[in-house]
Design a protein around this ligand. Structure first.
Ligand code: NAI
Length: 264
């Protein structure tokens, strides 16, 4: 997709971090922007920012782990703008610990948002993107943790590997149909966002029972290490302009994979 002016973008997880940066960038490219997030007050603030910048904007309170919510997001987008040209399945959270100590609720919450959120996005939007038969693009936010394994939370890492695999499968399925819908999978290293405060959006029914979780000093150290890495990560706006250089602590392995582009 080379022409952005007047086209319609949908960004999930748009109220903070990378999603907010994507939404503002779309507005700067003179696109019409639909922003979706589970955090109502922060979503309202981004909606105001976008409107103040002059963008034609729609904000839809959405839990991406809920299929009906995402279908409603697609319906409202099409009702208001009649098309979707750029879909950014970006909402994500981090939770859990090792593969065996993460609780069922850690797995359920993380896979629900990070993987099912993308699946729901594809099921809700791709049929309309195929039908409109114009150039369009899907960007799924995975992570460098979806390409190589780190000492990171197991549910997060598994969800991101799945998003990379899903994006590749999507690419080949669309190519087989000679569709005008193209796919990218975004794989950043550490970015300075609120990902380490993901817990703010954890649904009450998926909270861990404190009796079930043993928080060891090693785990506390690991979390503190992630927090520091995140705080020294690149600013979210920079993710959108990076091509080959990379400036956070994981430079050597990330340089090659900062943006894993499929054939477009
Ligand atoms: P963030 O916490 O600043 O933003 C995430 C947004 O997703 C928030 O606005 C949050 O309210 C929203 N969200 C959470 N659960 C949701 C749900 N169920 N439905 C709808 N929205 C929901 O974090 P960040 O870093 O901007 O995260 C965006 C994406 O980038 C995520 O997929 C994350 O895994 C990915 N990522 C982040 C990296 C980092 O270092 N910050 C590195 C690699 C990937």
């Amino acid at each position: 997709m080379k022409e952005f002016r007047g086209k319609v973008a949908v960004v999930t997880g748009a109220a903070s971090g990378i999603g907010r940066a994507l939404a503002l960038r779309c507005a700067a490219e003179n696109m019409q922007v639909v922003v979706a997030d589970i955090e109502e007050s922060a979503l309202g603030r981004v909606e105001t920012e976008l409107k103040d910048s002059g963008a034609n904007t729609l904000a839809v309170l959405t839990d991406v782990s809920n299929a009906e919510d995402v279908e409603t997001l697609a319906r409202k987008t099409l009702e208001r703008f009649g098309a979707v040209h750029l879909l950014c399945n970006n909402a994500g959270i981090g939770a859990g610990s090792t593969a065996w100590e993460s609780t069922l609720k850690d797995w359920e919450w993380t896979l629900g948002v990070n993987l099912w959120g993308v699946i729901h996005g594809l099921r809700a939007f791709v049929p309309a993107m195929l039908e409109q038969d114009s150039e369009s693009h899907i960007v799924n936010t995975a992570s460098v943790a979806g390409l190589i394994s780190f000492h990171l939370n197991a549910p997060y890492q598994v969800s991101k590997h799945a998003v990379v695999g899903l994006s590749e499968k999507l690419h080949y399925d669309l190519e087989a149909r000679a569709a005008k819908v193209k796919v990218s999978v975004l794989c950043p290293g550490w970015v300075r966002t609120r990902i380490m405060d993901s817990h703010r959006n954890r649904p009450a029914e998926l909270e861990n029972d404190p009796a079930e979780v043993e928080i060891t000093p090693e785990m506390m150290d690991a979390v503190e290490g992630y927090r520091q890495a995140c705080e020294s990560g690149i600013p979210p706006e920079k993710v959108l302009s990076l091509t080959s250089s990379y400036e956070s602590g994981w430079r050597p392995c990330c340089r090659a994979v900062i943006r894993c582009r499929l054939k477009n």
